[in-house]
Design a protein around this ligand. Structure first.
Ligand code: C2E
Ligand code: CA
Ligand code: CA
Ligand code: CA
Length: 277
């Protein structure tokens, strides 16, 4: 902090003021982008390491700016969450991803799971369950093929609320994955209580899996935890064959990452899927 001209301590530094201006600008641009339908979804395949089959796809949000450049979700999702815009964006994501699941089924891939990222701001919204079941019923999506990804750190907040929420989501026939697993300090007793289906090992642990260091053992621990609790495990951010081999070795049977495919737009995804079969 800097000392202002009257000698008092000013709270905002120049950098913070710039930062706030940038956020306000982005928020206005985001509102505009929603109106003009500049948001879209891309889909990244999730593969079985045993068979090479595609088990699922993860829907990931993209924003094309006026200059044609993509604005990464890590930049605009925090702003959307802060402003509450994530609620309507998230409803659109759920509807669109559910329709895409139906499209996949109609194109000959009825067993492919559609994973949808959900923010805690959405979960806390009183209309969340209604929006979710409407997305299902309007699209005709198969709930057994819909999975919600909730970050581990979020699931650890407000334990009773989240745990009841997950029960209600599961009652719709939808499955739940804990995203970025290993970064959120879950307690084992709490994990056992949560009605979840899958642990998604965070990318940071996959990138160090062949390092030879102690961090290398973390995915193995997650595998053991998954086995103990009866949960499936998937690895994210698999970029090289050595990582996939190391995962196979510890019994991890699903993976997602640039090694297999980048996130793709709907049309490309269908071409990609057809080319594999
Ligand atoms: P996430 O849910 O952990 O998604 C995985 C991120 O890793 C994606 O980044 C994906 O493109 C990227 N990725 C996949 N494979 C690889 C790889 O092999 N190497 C590397 N380095 N990266 C890989 P993306 O699409 O930029 O999304 C960033 C984050 O934004 C997501 O992290 C998620 O937290 C959030 N997000 C994306 N779409 C949505 C959405 O529809 N709703 C909400 N609430 N959050 C979203
Ligand atoms: Ca995710
Ligand atoms: Ca993740
Ligand atoms: Ca992440």
């Amino acid at each position: 902090a800097k000392t202002g001209n009257r000698g008092e301590y000013s709270f905002f530094t120049r950098d913070m003021a710039d930062d706030i201006r940038e956020r306000v600008r982005l928020l206005q641009a985001l509102r505009h982008a929603i109106e003009r339908q500049r948001l879209f979804l891309v889909y990244q395949p999730q593969l079985s390491l045993d068979t090479g089959h595609v088990c699922g796809v993860e829907a990931l949000l993209r924003w094309r700016g006026d200059d044609g450049q993509l604005i990464p979700p890590d930049r605009f999702i925090p702003i959307a969450e802060h402003s509450g815009l994530i609620v309507s964006i998230g409803e659109w994501v759920m509807r669109t991803a559910c329709r895409q699941q139906v499209e996949l089924a109609q194109q000959g891939f009825p067993q492919i799971r559609m994973a949808i990222n959900v923010s805690v701001i959405q979960l806390r919204h009183p209309q969340f369950l209604r929006s979710l079941s409407e997305a299902l019923s309007e699209s005709g999506a198969d709930p057994r093929c819909i999975e919600l990804e909730i970050t581990e750190s979020v699931a650890m907040l407000e334990a009773d609320f989240i745990s009841r929420m997950l029960d209600q989501i599961k009652a719709l026939g939808i499955s739940i994955a804990l995203d970025d697993f290993g970064t959120g300090f879950s307690s084992l007793s709490y994990l056992r209580r949560l009605n979840i289906d899958r642990l998604k090992i965070d990318r940071s642990f996959i990138s160090s899996i062949t390092s030879g260091g102690r961090a290398q053992r973390i995915p193995e621990l997650v595998m053991q935890l998954g086995q103990t609790l009866g949960l499936a495990v998937i690895a994210e951010g698999v970029e090289v064959a050595e990582q996939a081999a190391a995962l196979s070795l510890i019994g991890c049977n699903e993976a997602q990452g640039y090694l297999y495919a980048r996130p793709m737009e709907s049309r490309m995804l269908l071409d990609w899927l057809r080319a594999r079969t």
